[in-house]
Each structure stands twice: as structure tokens, then as C-alpha cells.
Design a protein around this ligand. Structure first.
Ligand code: IPM
Ligand code: MG
Length: 356
């Protein structure tokens, strides 16, 4: 059996605490026979503290040789005043770009036990299960030219929204194939009424769609999509969009579930090597208090088993353990409704382990 090489990048804030619980889950899989080798590295603020850079060369080497990376979260108020190139978020952008992790999968699932956590009416969100496929290495996030400079006596800020057709094609293929494994509906989101870049996006997605006649393709403008997501989110199955629209819409979609602390994500390259992380941030205000919810990170391990390692049964074992824990009434404070039993980060890890 080949060994799964996994880089552990705990990061900042609550990152180390929640990743520690996910590592316990990996240890169980290892004890039960999967070949797993873990190596730890620095990213984000902790890497800036240690090396002066948010994505140091040593971390790049580690990640390059790993099959998958598990990341906690990066950032914190301590780093807010650093120059742009040293901000913890740059570490995240750098690893995505350096490893070509262009396909970001962000599921938004409402667990029935957590229906009360949503700010929307239960009937609007009950059974919600959306997959957002966000392009992650292009668009205005990386486009050149960019900058702030002086022109005619005043400062001007500018960025470039840009996609070439091969970037659009490859993310479209990922999205169509994901839709084939689900309810075979794909909605592509753009702003073609204003932006040429996204006119090309729509044209190319349409072309790629000819290869997937079994998937129903629709298109929606991003402003309408933002509205439809709160009006009638269950109309969506798989959504595909560019980097910036995907950033915004995936936060919106996650909040439909009311439990941002529950949602994992995967960022994959074309060989399914991947970076797995919870979609929430580093929550510095609650760091070190043993109250953060580790379930999104634990569920990220499940996604890792599924997408990078093709270990569907290990993935389901983790997901089923999480479902049981919820059914048993265990809650961290972020997902607790009144009267529920609130437990800490480590105790939530214990509960998952005992259900595996
Ligand atoms: C995300 C985050 C990042 C992004 C930030 C931290 C750079 O918001 O993963 O959605 O904008 O992509
Ligand atoms: Mg974001």
C-alpha cells in the first residue's frame, strides 16, 4: 500500500486547536490500517513570525512533496499592519498559485439537526445541499497590471479581471463532472451584461457544456445569483464561477446553513492533489480557549480521503461519525440552540472519535 503524504499547516488563531482534532481522526485511520505520514509546516502569521514570510520556501518544499495538505486558518489582528506582501492571507494565495490549486470545491450542506441555526426559514433551507465550484488561481485576484499609483496628481488604484479560455475550460470540466455525480444541474455565474471577461466565461462554459449533454446548464448574472441564493437556495445544485464572485457567493451560501463552523473545502490541482481547509477564518477572539468548532476541519479530512486518496469508505466513516455526534446532541457553542449541551473543541474531537 502506498503511504499518503499529508502536510499539516495549522496556521494561526484557532488553527492549531482545530487541526489537532483533525489529526486525531487521521491517527485513527492510520491505526486502522491506512498508510498515513504527517509532516508539519508553517503558513500565515506564524510563518511570518518565524521566517518573515507567510509562505516560506520550506513550506513550499513540504507542500510540493505532499499528496495533500490540511490547513487550519491564517491571519490575526497582530498582522493587520504588515505590508501587503507579508500579510498572512498572502500565504494562502501563494500556496494556491504555486501549486496550481485552481479548483475550489465549497459544499454548503444544511445538517437537519442544525436547521435552527440558519437565519432563513426552515422550509427555505431544509435539505439544502449546494456545491460551489470556485476558480481559485485566476481572475482579478492575480491579474496584471495591478497597483496603486499616482496619475495626474492623484492616487489611482487598479486591478485586472482576466481569464483565458483554458482556465475557464478546466474549471468548467471540474464543475460538469461534479454535477454528473450529483443532480446533474449546473448554474454558471457571471456578469456578462457588463464585463467582457465574463462574456468569455459564459461562451466557454457553454462550449464545454456540449460535452456533457446529461447535465442541464444554466447561466445567471452574479447580482441575481446573490439574490436567488437567499430567496430560493434549493434551486441550485452545482454552481460554477470565477475567483472573486466565488469568494463572495461562497460566504453567502455558507451562511444559509447558519453554521460556518461546519463547512469544509477542497482546493485541487489537475491531478487531485489538494489543499483542504475549513471555510471559516482564524477567529483570533476565541483562539486558545478550547471553544472553537473542529468539525469543519474534521470534515475537510473526509473530503481529502474522497478527492485526493479515493478512500470513499474512510470519507463516509468520518462524515457518519459527525452526523452521529450531531444526532447525539453534542454542540460547540457556535452551533448550539438554547438548552443544548455545549462542549469544547477537544471534547468534540473525543465525541467524533468515539463514533468512528
Ligand atoms: C477565502 C478567503 C481568501 C480569499 C482570503 C483570506 C485571501 O476569503 O478563502 O475565501 O479571498 O480567497
Ligand atoms: Mg472568502
Amino acid at each position: 500500500m502506498t503511504t499518503m503524504k499529508i502536510a499539516i499547516l495549522a496556521g494561526d488563531g484557532i488553527g492549531p486547536e482545530i487541526v489537532a482534532q483533525a489529526v486525531r481522526v487521521l491517527d485513527v485511520l492510520k491505526t486502522d490500517g491506512l498508510g498515513i505520514a504527517l509532516e508539519h509546516g508553517l503558513i500565515g502569521g506564524c510563518a511570518v513570525d518565524a521566517t518573515g514570510e507567510p509562505y516560506p520556501e520550506a513550506t513550499h518544499k513540504l507542500a510540493t512533496h505532499a499528496d495533500a495538505m490540511l490547513l487550519g486558518a491564517v491571519g490575526g489582528p497582530k498582522y493587520d499592519s504588515l505590508p501587503r506582501a507579508q500579510r498572512p492571507e498572502r500565504g494562502l494565495l501563494a500556496i494556491r498559485k504555486a501549486l496550481n490549486l485552481f479548483a475550489n470545491l465549497r459544499p454548503a450542506i444544511l445538517y437537519p439537526e442544525l436547521a435552527d441555526a440558519s437565519s432563513l426559514k426552515p422550509e427555505v433551507v431544509a435539505g439544502l445541499d449546494i456545491l460551489i465550484v470556485r476558480e481559485l488561481t485566476g481572475d482579478i485576484y492575480f491579474g496584471e497590471p495591478r497597483g496603486i499609483e499616482e496619475r495626474n496628481g492623484q492616487r489611482v488604484g487598479f486591478n485586472t479581471m482576466i481569464y483565458n479560455e483554458s482556465e475557464i475550460q478546466r474549471i468548467a470540466h471540474v464543475a460538469f463532472q461534479a454535477a454528473q455525480k450529483r443532480n446533474r444541474k449546473l448554474c454558471s455565474i457571471d456578469k456578462m451584461n457588463v464585463l467582457e471577461c465574463t462574456q468569455l466565461w459564459r461562451d466557454v462554459v457553454e462550449e464545454v457544456g456540449k460535452e456533457y449533454p446529461d447535465v442541464t446548464l444554466s447561466h445567471m448574472l452574479v447580482d441575481n445569483a446573490a439574490m436567488q441564493l437567499v430567496r430560493d437556495p434549493k434551486q441550485f445544485d452545482v454552481v460554477v464561477t470565477g475567483n472573486m464572485f466565488g469568494d463572495i457567493l461562497s460566504d453567502e451560501a455558507s451562511m444559509l446553513t447558519g453554521s460556518i463552523g461546519m463547512l469544509p473545502s477542497a482546493s485541487l490541482d489537475s491531478n487531485n492533489k489538494g489543499l483542504y481547509e475549513p471555510i471559516h477564518g482564524s477567529a483570533p477572539d476565541i483562539a486558545g480557549k478550547n471553544i472553537a468548532n473542529p468539525l469543519a476541519t474534521i470534515l475537510s479530512v473526509a473530503m481529502m480521503m474522497r478527492y485526493t486518496f479515493n478512500q470513499e469508505s474512510a470519507a463516509q466513516r468520518i462524515e457518519n461519525a459527525v452526523k452521529k455526534v450531531l444526532a447525539q446532541g453534542f454542540r460547540t457553542s457556535d452551533i448550539a440552540s438554547p438548552g443544548m449541551r455545549i462542549i469544547g473543541t477537544r471534547e468534540m474531537g473525543d465525541a467524533v472519535l468515539s463514533n468512528m
